[in-house]
Design a protein around this ligand. Structure first.
Ligand code: PMP
Length: 433
């Protein structure tokens, strides 16, 4: 009965969505002639067809049919500065004045590197690249080179870029590393697996909070066990902080007082331009030193591109200062608490997990502790939440994720809580078992 009602509600919501967006639909069909499914970035696709964004300003975007939304997803954490931050704009214009594609070391890259190293405790030296995907692939290769081993221990639900993802088991497009998968937040299981593969273990890689996998924080004992397991096996512990580094001034590892051997960065650190970075202790990073006879090569035409370097300098030095990072994540904690309080007031099985400015909705009785528990939540309700919120002018990720940008103000946060409350009031009957 409930399932049939949910199916009806979803069909109606999809129909309303489609009726209000004829221009986006036409653009989608047109684009599908030259891009498979009209898409070049899988996460952005959703049924019945994705809307096309024509413009963004502050925390708002407007689609081809003139509908405006408050973006609560903030480019999956990369859009921390909103769509038109004046300091980012000025930094990009300064870079254009200096010139692009200089084909040489430039005046910006070492300044940016100093800021990154000064910020994240585990990062004494850094290499820049163009995406989080690339940063993680580089980290895994370095781990294999320095250990002379091949096995990588990763976690179910982990996302380390388009070519190394375990959102629903290994993705067929993954690079062919030898991977063993453990359950997130299961210290005993991970330790047993690390020990079983110790002789060939090159690295343990994880996000210190699952991001795309549902904003599920790692428990302290879990992370401590992984640190010990890596040390015991002489393998490297890699923290993928592409998303989570925004959660505290020194990244999540800084907040937790843990020292991974390597840290990968991406997203907002480049001020919203294409960005990735790999950092770690100076002794490890020295393998990239081209003055050494045994140097590991690491090329990349755009690694030091002036647009990213300049925007990144503005991002870390002018905008996302340590004080701002703390305040922003306090706001996120308050928003998450307010959303959970509404679900509890309605006595409905919805929980919002996360930390600071990153959070995700789950239609489960209790907060999921790993990707498997998260997947057991009602996925139909997630789609309904997504569509219902869009109709009210709020854009969250189709998978239920929220990443607050600095442009989302008090009024927007309060409005969002009310919009979710309306959803709970309207759809509550579908959620009660
Ligand atoms: N690692 C994590 C934890 C991520 O969330 C992402 C992107 N969503 C990546 C790596 C890959 O970054 P990019 O999309 O820049 O390749």
């Amino acid at each position: 009965m409930r399932n049939a009602e949910l199916t009806d509600a979803l069909e109606e919501a999809r129909e309303t969505y489609a009726q209000r967006r004829p221009r986006s639909q036409a653009h989608h069909l047109d684009a599908a002639r030259v891009m498979p499914g009209g898409n070049t970035r899988s996460v952005l696709f959703h049924g019945p067809f994705p809307f096309r964004v024509e413009q963004g300003e502050g925390c708002r975007i407007t689609d081809s049919d003139g509908l405006t939304y408050v973006s609560m997803i903030g480019e999956y954490t990369a859009g921390l500065f909103g769509h038109s931050h004046p300091a980012i704009r000025a930094a990009v214009l300064r870079a254009l004045d200096v010139g692009v594609n200089l084909t040489g070391h430039n005046a910006l890259e070492a300044d940016f590197a100093r800021l990154v190293c000064g910020r994240f405790p585990a990062v004494e030296q850094v290499r820049f690249c163009n995406s989080g995907t690339e940063a993680n692939l580089l980290a895994l290769s370095l781990a294999r080179i320095v250990t002379g081993r091949n096995t990588i221990l990763a976690f179910e639900g982990g996302y380390h870029g388009s070519l190394f993802t375990f959102a629903a088991g290994p993705n067929p497009v993954n690079v062919p590393h030898r991977v063993v998968l453990a359950r997130y937040n299961d210290p005993e299981g991970a330790l047993a697996l690390a020990r079983a593969h110790a002789a060939d273990l090159a690295a343990i890689i994880l996000e210190p909070m699952l991001g795309g996998g549902g904003c599920i924080p790692a428990s302290a004992p879990f992370l401590a066990t992984l640190r010990e397991a890596a040390t015991e096996a002489d393998a490297l512990l890699i923290f993928d902080e592409v998303m989570t580094s925004r959660l505290a001034p020194g990244g999540l590892h800084g907040a937790l007082g843990l020292t991974p051997d390597l840290v990968t960065l991406g997203k907002y650190v480049g001020g919203g331009m294409s960005f990735g970075a790999l950092g770690g202790g100076a002794a490890l990073m020295a393998r990239f030193d081209p003055r050494r006879g045994d140097a590991v090569g690491h090329a990349g035409t755009f690694n030091n591109n002036t647009l990213t370097m300049s925007a990144g300098i503005a991002a870390l030095s002018e905008i996302y200062t340590p004080e701002v990072a703390i305040a922003h994540n306090v706001r996120g904690d308050a928003l998450r608490a307010a959303l959970n309080a509404r679900a509890q007031a309605h006595r409905l099985p919805m929980v919002v997990t996360g930390r600071g400015s990153m959070m995700a909705f789950h239609f489960t009785e209790a907060p999921p502790r790993d990707a498997i528990e998260a997947a057991a939540g009602d996925q139909g309700l997630k789609e309904l939440l997504f569509l219902d919120l869009l109709e009210r002018g709020w854009y969250v990720a189709r998978r239920g994720m929220v990443a607050l940008s600095l442009m989302v103000g008090e009024a927007e946060r309060a409005g969002f809580v009310e919009a979710v409350d309306e959803f709970l009031a309207l759809r509550g009957p579908l959620m009660r078992a």
